[in-house]
Design a protein around this ligand. Structure first.
Ligand code: ATP
Length: 271
């Protein structure tokens, strides 16, 4: 068993019993008509662990992510968060349980400032979620927490700019801030580097590396070098199926993975 998973299932020092892994996916599958987008995928993400899911176009990564986040209902299998079966629990309730996530298609309010975007996200994660957003003073708790979170992703000095003024890479950093401000117990990142230049990727990689190790992270990523560089364990999928799970070094050396990423099947991907 992986060390992080072992730690996650070890007895809690406070004596309140074993701590459940952050995420357990068992036999998960999704069919669209005759297409088996995800087929019998299982994984465990322990406390503080960072796991990557890689695979070529159409491997089923996004469908898997959406089933974990609650956007898509599985055809088969089960998703557990923090020891609770959430397979039938809607996205908003999963968010309230502590799931922070980013979106492949940007979810930002382009004409609003960075600070206001993060404040809206912060309100979505609290019991005040149903209160409509309105501009507020600079010193309330939500604003202070939003400023701290912007600082943690390196965007504090841009707080009064509108999203429209940000580069693509900065928008991705803002999305991570919006996922973090609700103080998530698990972070799901959906292809955060998609469409970024190599300089923007390097900055994003640094930001993700600097996130608190206490938050377990599941990173779905097409860019293999990013996924392998940021995670403790990696799962590779192809055509909806599991290929291999292992340390980044094990996955990099795996024959099928090498064939997928370096061989004739998908030359566009990088290793
Ligand atoms: P990419 O890296 O290109 O985003 P992916 O690994 O995320 O690919 P998915 O988007 O999960 O792969 O797609 C897996 C398979 O399921 C593909 O064959 C895709 O066409 C199919 N698929 C995904 N969503 C749907 C849908 N809503 N309806 C029908 N087929 C779908």
């Amino acid at each position: 068993m992986n060390a992080a998973v072992r730690e996650a299932t070890a007895p809690d020092p406070q004596g309140s019993g074993p701590v459940a892994p952050a995420l357990v996916v068992s036999g998960l599958g999704k069919s669209y008509g005759g297409v088996r987008a995800v087929d019998d995928i299982s994984l465990t993400l322990g406390a503080g662990e960072r796991m990557g899911v890689i695979g070529p176009n159409g491997a089923g990564k996004t469908t898997l992510f959406k089933m974990i986040a609650g956007d898509v209902s599985p055809t088969d299998g089960r998703v557990e968060l923090f020891g609770r079966d959430v397979t039938a629990v809607p996205t908003a309730r999963r968010a309230r349980m502590g799931v922070g996530r980013t979106f492949q298609v940007s979810n930002l309010f382009r004409e609003m400032t960075l600070l206001d975007n993060v404040r809206v996200a912060a309100r979505g994660g609290t019991s005040g979620a149903r209160v409509f957003w309105r501009p507020q003073g600079r010193r309330d708790d939500v604003t202070m927490r939003s400023l701290e979170t912007l600082e943690s992703v390196g965007l504090a000095d841009r707080r009064d700019d509108t999203v429209a003024a940000l580069s693509h890479g900065e928008q991705r950093q803002l999305e991570i801030a919006m996922a973090l401000v609700g103080r998530p117990r698990i972070l799901l990142l959906d292809e955060p580097a998609a469409g970024l230049s190599s300089a923007e990727r390097a900055t994003l990689r640094q930001r993700i590396e600097q996130l608190p190790r206490t938050i377990p992270i599941l990173l779905i990523e097409h860019d293999m070098s990013l996924a392998l560089g940021l995670t403790d364990r990696v799962m590779c999928m192809e055509n909806g199926r599991h290929v291999v799970t292992g340390t980044p070094a094990e996955v990099r050396a795996h024959e099928t993975v090498r064939e997928i990423y370096l061989g004739r099947r998908d030359r566009k991907d990088r290793m």
